[in-house]
Structure formats: C-alpha cells, structure tokens
Design a protein around this ligand. Structure first.
Ligand code: FAD
Ligand code: SF4
Length: 465
C-alpha cells in the first residue's frame, strides 16, 4: 500500500457492546477487532526506522515487527513475536494504559491518532488462543536451583515464567484461593474476563511452574523458612491494603473500601448472582470516592449491580483524573455521574448506623504538588450535604504488613514499601528480590511485569555469573 493511501486510513475503533445493554450484564465491553479491521489498523503503521513506540513500552516489545506480521496476515507469528517480551499479551492488550505509553510516543500521534497498538496486541493474543495455536516454547536444561515466588500478580507471574523458561524449579505461593492478584480480585469481568487470566495461568503451569494457593507467607512460612527449601525468593506482594481518609462516619454500615467491594464482586463471584450467593452491599444512590481505575471499576460495578444513580466524587478536576481515558469514557457512556472538585468531610448516618449521606466541601486547584498535579484546596464556607446510601472508598492502597512481621530485616521506606537496588530488584536481604506494587506503590500491570523481568534476569545472573 502506498504512503498516500495509508495516510488516509482512519484509526479503527473497536466494536463495543451497546452502552444501554451493557449496564445490565458483566460481559466484556469491547468485542475485539475482526481480522479485516486488524489488518487495516496495522497498515497505518509507518514501520519507522527508529520506532519511538518501543521507548514507551516497559518490556520493550518489538512493536513494528509484530504489526508487520499482522499486515502479512500472520497473526499467530505476531503473537509469538510479542511473547518474546511479554507473557501476558491478552491481558496487557486489554488493560495497559497504552495512551500514556507506546501509543503516546507513536509518531502518528503528532498529526493524527496513534496506531492502536493495544487493540492489535489483544487481537493477535486472542487469535492465537482461539485458534488453539499456543505452543509451549523450548525450556532450557534443568539447573537444580529452586526459586520461591510470593504473590501471583503480574510481577510474580513474570518472574515465574522467565525463570521456568530458563530451567529453574519455580513455585508460586499465593495467599488467596485463586491465582492472578489484582487481575482476578480487582479488575472486573467486563474489562478483563476471568477466562483470559486463567488461560494465561494454565500456560504457565504447562511450562512446569508450580502454584500453591491459600498460602500466606509470613504466617504459613517465614521468608527465612522458605530458604530451607529454596535458593532465592521473589516478593510480588502487591499493595492490597485499603486506605481510608480517617474521617468521621467511616465505620457506618454501607461504607466500604473498593478492595472489599471489588473482591466480593470479582473473586467471590457476586457478579454471577444468583449462581453465587455472595452478599453484596447494595445501594440505590451510590457515591464512589476517588478518580482512578479502581474508582471507575467500582462505579461501573455498582451500576451493573442495580444502583439507580452512581456518582464519582473526586477532589481535583477532570484533567487530573488518573483513570484510563477509555475507562472514563465507558463510565460516562454508561451513565456514571462526576462530582468534580469535591471532597467528603464526614459521612452521615441514621439511628441504625446506616450511611445516609455525606458532608462535602468544594475544592479549587492551587499550585502543582510533588505528584505534579495541581493541589486541591478547600473553598472555605462551600460545605454542602450529599445524599447517598452506599459509599465505596477508592482513594488508594498501601502495602500489607503481614510478611514483615516475621521478616523485619527486609528494609522498607517510610511509606512501608520494600527498598530495592533498581538494577537488580534485590532487597536489603540477600537473594530476596521484590518488584511490582510492593516496591512502587499502586502502578500498572506492565510496570509490575517489567520489574518481574528485571528481577528474573538478576536472579539468573546471581546463580550463573
Ligand atoms: P498484585 O496484582 O496486587 O498481586 C499481588 C498478589 O500477592 C496478590 O494475589 C496477593 O494475594 C498476593 N500476596 C500478598 N501478600 C502475600 C503473602 N504474604 N503471601 C502470599 N501471597 C501474598 N493497572 C493497569 O495497568 N491497567 C488497569 O486498567 C488497571 N486497573 C486496575 C483496577 C483495579 C481495581 C486495581 C486494584 C488495580 C488496577 N491496576 C491497573 C493496577 C494493577 O493491577 C497493579 O499495578 C498490578 O496488578 C500490580 O501487580 P503486582 O504483581 O505487583 O501485585
Ligand atoms: Fe508504527 Fe507508530 Fe511505532 Fe512508528 S511509532 S513503528 S508508526 S507504531
């Protein structure tokens, strides 16, 4: 195809479930590209000599190479190309914030819309799986070294896959009864179907990795006890401890952390009601506090669980919303309301201790703070009351302290996250590595995977160099 013709192709949007229909179910919202749409979108790529998009990818996927294979009608080979760098393409294609990473640096973004790299990644991964073409790659000779991975989120899964492929004997210990971390207990079915996550995990098991669920390290075994059986330990514990604002009324009935709310819906399968009878907090007028992906997921789940009205209450303006653009768009289309520049001061309750509303205050934006975003400042005298019967607090999470109670020698920073050498991800304790949210605080799937990859390389080097 000539350059002129290529330039005229618009970015191909993904077909989606109708916005009125989808609030009545938990089915996935985007349907994915057809092969025709994928080839058309792939044809937009200029195959740059110095591809900027790769600089935006935390795991260095050869983006133009996989896109070129789609143009050549070789989607299975394209999937293999991605898997050289990323073991979870079907997941990343769905949830990575490409608009801030590879797509933000794509040269087409300057004049037009960037190539839809994430949509193409999802297409090839789905194609490979649906056509039953996923093959187990060659595994290096057994090395007689055992590695324990604590936590089965994207960081742990990546370390486990990389080391298993290099011939290590790897066991993942997971506290919950299901594997996948936030991918299964946090991100809802309509964004990331559980079947996609379990397929990727089955693939890991096929490689030979062992997974032991229902095992809280720090309670069942300490890290030191793990060393009786293993030669190195990786901690991919995530940051799953809910945070509250410590304001009056947080103990009222129907004030929930987003963690508990989403865990009930996802991990404990309330989304499959009545097949599962997990009790789910219900509200007709729901307020979700926060503006990130977790807040959008909670709001969209509340709509699907029978709420009449769901409102995101966020203390900054729309520009600062940390959620993915796609999530905000989907939430708005579905009818989620936004009360911006607003913060709760206290929750109000009735005589039976059920939440009935909250006292809020209006905010204005001042100078940027250490996060680079403009600091919200309360507008004196702007207090008002807001009625609601369910509150979901999604203002961030912190590190869970359990493991450190029996391993106080693992050095942590003032916020409780593990301190590591960024070159190797090794902690202050020899041969104990860490990565993902337990090091950075809440971040992204692909950043956790990037950390896992660095740690796997360092563990391998520690035993071979
Ligand atoms: P996690 O995924 O948190 O996994 C940690 C695992 O360790 C958990 O399974 C936990 O049970 C286990 N564990 C903890 N302590 C122990 C212990 N002592 N013993 C054994 N096991 C233990 N990122 C994106 O890129 N895109 C998105 O759209 C997106 N949406 C999100 C939506 C929600 C609701 C949430 C909560 C997060 C979202 N994120 C998103 C962030 C992303 O999911 C995380 O950054 C990522 O999962 C971090 O990976 P991790 O491996 O470090 O930890
Ligand atoms: Fe293709 Fe954009 Fe990457 Fe260039 S920067 S190779 S156009 S995806």
């Amino acid at each position: 195809m000539g350059d002129k013709k290529r330039e005229k192709i618009p970015r191909q949007e993904m077909p989606e479930q109708d916005h009125l229909e989808r609030t009545k179910n938990f089915n996935e919202v985007p349907y994915g590209y057809t092969p025709e749409l994928a080839r058309l979108e792939a044809a937009r790529c200029l195959q740059c000599k110095k591809p900027k998009c790769i600089d935006g990818c935390p795991v260095d996927i050869d983006i133009p190479a996989f896109i070129s294979l789609i143009c050549q009608n070789k989607p299975a080979e394209a999937a293999q190309k991605i898997k050289e760098k990323n073991i979870l393409p079907a997941i990343c294609g769905r949830v990575c914030p490409q608009e801030d990473q590879c797509e933000a640096l794509c040269v087409l973004d300057i004049k037009d819309k960037s190539v839809a790299i994430g949509n193409l990644e999802r297409f090839v991964a789905d194609y490979e799986r649906d056509a039953d073409l996923v093959a187990v790659p060659k595994i290096e000779a057994h090395r007689n070294k055992k590695v324990a991975v604590v936590g089965s989120g994207p960081a742990g899964l990546t370390v486990a896959a990389d080391l298993t492929l290099r011939g290590y004997d790897v066991t993942i210990f997971e506290a919950l009864h299901e594997t996948g971390g936030v991918l299964v207990y946090g991100i809802p079915e309509f964004r990331l179907p559980k079947s996609i996550v379990s397929f990727e995990i089955e693939y890991l098991k096929k490689l030979g990795c062992k997974i032991v669920v229902n095992s809280i390290i720090g309670k069942l075994y300490s890290v030191d006890e793990l060393f009786e059986d293993f030669d190195a330990v990786f901690l991919g514990l995530g940051a799953g401890l809910p945070r509250f604002m410590r304001i009056e009324g947080e103990n009222l009935l129907n004030v929930y952390s987003a963690n508990e709310y989403l865990t009930r819906i996802n991990l404990m399968k309330a989304y499959k009601h009545p097949e599962y009878d997990t009790p789910l907090p219900k509200g007709k007028k729901v307020a979700v506090i926060g503006g990130g992906n977790v807040a959008m997921d909670s709001a969209r789940c509340a709509l699907r669980s029978g709420a009449d009205e769901v409102t995101i209450v966020y203390r900054r303006s729309r520009k600062e919303l940390p959620a993915r653009i796609e999530e905000v768009r989907h939430a708005e289309e579905e009818g989620v309301r936004f009360k911006l520049l607003t913060a709760p001061l206290r929750y109000l309750g009735n005589e039976k201790n059920w939440v009935t509303g909250m006292e809020c205050i209006q905010m204005e934006l001042g100078e940027p703070d250490e996060s680079g975003r403009r600091r919200p400042i309360p507008l004196e005298g702007s207090n008002f009351e807001y009625e609601c019967d369910l509150v979901v607090v999604a203002i961030g999470t912190g590190p869970n302290p359990i493991i450190f109670q029996t391993s106080p020698d693992i050095k942590r920073n003032t916020r409780g996250y593990i301190e590591i050498n960024p070159e190797t991800m090794e902690s202050s304790k020899k041969l104990v590595y860490a990565g993902g949210d337990i090091v950075t605080g809440s971040a992204t799937v692909i950043q956790a995977m990037g950390a896992g990859r660095t740690a796997a390389t360092a563990i391998h080097e520690a035993f071979t160099l």
